[in-house]
Design a protein around this ligand. Structure first.
Ligand SMILES: Cc1cc2nc3c(=O)[nH]c(=O)nc-3n(C[C@H](O)[C@H](O)[C@H](O)COP(=O)(O)OP(=O)(O)OC[C@H]3O[C@@H](n4cnc5c(N)ncnc54)[C@H](O)[C@@H]3O)c2cc1C
Length: 499
């Protein structure tokens, strides 16, 4: 499932796999916007950096995002203000606007062709329900106090037939994959060590070692820019993982519409983009807890919503992506349990900008030592009251799945009953297996046990992935790791007579 951005942009020249032992100043694990920007800022200050990417640069969540850059946050500044204070919200917005400016500056200085453009950001609703209108009013108030200068649009001049919308100017949009690919290309040209197809399976902080199957990096500092920190990390217990979907199609009549559009009543995010010279409409939404797709049909529902807004019949692109949101609404950026290991995670659906803020913060911390400006975001913060709801909720999910997994009866459907394209947990010869039938009729059988913390994965028919409800690891239908804190694939089990 490639996103509209990945389809249109020429990938960077393939980078080699890490082989043998390589010594650098800073080892960066993960080649999305966070890892690549951190690498760029450190390399520009003369540091020897290496970036290890398990797959291809930019192909993670960065290349599957919507490419919107804004000062507010997805959950709303009013929600953040309830957890923190107006003063903290002001700091958050200032940091995020600095992140947007930094992307603009880097794209311009490096001449990255990523269609960076300043646009307005509309947050509105179609219906006129009292609940959603009052949330918009609170958002207007919080955005005004934080210096985002919102203005109201009433029915008639608000876009997409919104009944009411607030508009914030000088926000931005970008092609996120083109930006990441451009950063990787400039890093390569500058002599940074870039490795693809190099999954890290262990980090030995005491020796400054980062290990892959074929090699290792030896470094003074290690940055885990892997979206969720690989392996076990306490912050995982504070984060909720959600999956969301995106679709795109050539826009009817090439009609351009400018800006970021969030519809609060349907949870849709709508934008346009020009890819391969053709104007495309993009719709993103249908969020659900990872590993809990409910009755599914998320893509079908997203399609019909998008058809209603754009009048498009056929969609040329469909994809899914994941987000990790912290219980207290702020990301975790800074030093982890070891002095020489840094993490950046918990961005929610706002991580192009947060990832860039993280790169700025981490590069300064590595070069200058701890910087007070970013104390608010440090991973070691303890906010039991603000996080209470999230803690209880998230730990309940984990307990529910771990206990439930032991007691749950397996779907006894015979292997032959699994339709092409479908996946199910079934029992064969006394073994519980996660089985997927490919479109060509062959089957792939896997252990359903997530290698991260041993929860059982669940099939997601929309994304065709096996997803872990406990900490958000996601695996392709053939068991290869796609996302999340696991660092191994699901184990493949040989099944005889699988037709
Ligand atoms: C549907 C959707 C739309 C979104 N739209 C927006 C948006 O418009 N604006 C916005 O600001 N944010 C958006 N986000 C959030 C945003 O996509 C992410 O927060 C952001 O891309 C995170 O960047 P990253 O570099 O930290 O992670 P990623 O881009 O996921 O990069 C992490 C990289 O680490 C690699 N990796 C993982 N484990 C290992 C390992 N063991 N060894 C080596 N490499 C490893 C992965 O392969 C991956 O390439 C959206 C999220 C979703 C779900």
């Amino acid at each position: 499932m490639k996103s509209v951005w990945q389809e249109a942009v020429r990938a960077t020249p393939a980078c080699p796999q890490l082989q043998g032992s390589v010594k650098v100043d800073i080892a960066i694990v993960g080649g999305g916007i966070t890892g690549l920007t951190t690498a760029w800022l450190l390399a520009s200050q003369g540091r020897r950096v290496a970036v290890l990417e398990a797959d291809r640069f930019g192909a993670g969540n960065t290349g599957r995002s919507t490419g919107n850059l804004y000062g507010t946050v997805g959950q709303g500044l009013h929600a953040l203000r309830e957890k923190w204070s107006a003063e903290i919200v002001g700091q958050v917005v200032a940091l995020r606007l600095l992140g947007v400016d930094l992307i603009e500056r880097i794209a311009a200085e490096l001449s990255i062709e990523c269609e960076f453009k300043r646009v307005p950001h509309f947050i509105g609703c179609e219906g006129e329900g009292a609940h959603v209108l009052s949330k918009l009013e609170s958002e207007f108030d919080a955005a005004s106090a934080a210096g985002l200068h919102p203005q109201w649009h009433e029915r008639g001049n608000a876009p997409f037939g919104m009944a009411r919308a607030l508009r914030m100017d000088r926000q931005a949009q970008v092609n996120p994959y083109a930006y990441a690919a451009g950063l990787a290309a400039r890093l390569q040209a500058q002599g940074a060590r870039l490795f693809e197809d190099s999954r890290v399976f262990d980090v030995d902080a005491s020796k400054g070692l980062v290990k892959t199957d074929a090699g290792e990096l030896v470094a003074d500092a290690i940055v885990l820019a892997t979206h969720s920190p690989v392996g076990f990390n306490l912050v995982q217990a504070e984060m909720k993982a959600s999956t969301e979907y995106g679709i795109a199609a050539p826009a009817p009549g090439g009609r351009a519409f400018e800006g970021i559009h969030w519809l609060r009543d349907t949870g849709l995010s709508l934008r346009a983009t020009r890819v391969g010279g053709v104007l495309h409409a993009v719709a993103v939404g249908e969020k659900h807890t990872t590993g809990e797709p409910g009755e599914g049909n998320h893509l079908a529902r997203l399609r019909s919503e998008a058809m209603r807004h754009f009048g498009v019949e056929e969609f040329t692109h469909a994809w899914s992506a994941e987000q990790f949101r912290s219980a207290d609404g702020l990301p975790y950026i800074g030093r982890s349990a070891h002095d020489n290991v840094f993490i950046a995670t918990g961005f929610g659906a706002d991580g192009l900008t947060w990832g860039t803020v993280a790169a700025h913060a981490l590069s300064r911390q590595i070069v200058e030592g701890d910087v007070a400006d970013f104390a608010l975001l440090r991973p070691a913060r303890v906010t039991p009251v603000k996080s209470a709801k999230g803690w209880a909720e998230e730990n309940a999910t984990v307990v529910k799945h771990m206990v439930g997994d032991r007691l749950k009866h397996v779907d006894h459907t015979a292997l032959a009953d699994i339709a092409a394209g479908e996946g199910r947990i079934i029992e064969i010869d006394g073994h519980t297996l996660a089985v997927h039938r490919r479109d060509d009729g062959s089957v792939v059988a896997l252990s359903p046990v997530c290698p991260h913390l041993k929860c059982r994965v669940a099939w997601n028919g929309d994304a065709r992935t096996w997803d872990c409800p406990c900490h958000g690891s996601r695996f392709r239908a053939d068991g290869r790791l796609l996302d999340g804190p696991a660092h191994k694939d699901l184990e493949v089990i040989e099944v005889r007579g699988g037709g």
